[in-house]
Ligand binder design. Sequence first.
Ligand SMILES: [Zn+2]
Length: 154
Amino acid sequence: MAEKEQLIIESGEASQPFKYAVGMYGSKYFTEVRDNKRIMGVKCPKCGKVYIPPRGVCGSCFVEMKEWVEVGPKGVIGTFTILRFAFIDPETGHQKPVPYGYGFIKLDGADTLMQHYINLDDESKVKIGARVEAVFAQERKGSTRDIEYFKVIE
Ligand SMILES: [Zn+2]
């Protein structure tokens, strides 16, 4: 049987730097994580649903949300996958080391789930419903990677 060859086409070292505004809610969210290691969501004044990531309007009630509430940093895995096939990471332009975990996390105090990486030090513990905790980057820059990943804690 022939050995399988991974076919990866790279565009070389060309870069396409760009910037975009994350908006008022995104700015507060990223600033709180960067400066205080706090994960902030917004609460609907009508139904009480807490959204993370924060957004301006409740998707159920169509009312503006202005009440900020701290959520996490602990929560549970809502669903996940383990990626084992290498691909070019659009964040870095380089092949991302595999395997790694990725999932939807329901933070304590939140009603929605946020997507993030899940640490695989003990892959057998990565399960739906497992308790996890955010691991913050030592050097935070105001980006999604200020939370490095979530790790299973129980
Ligand atoms: Zn609502």
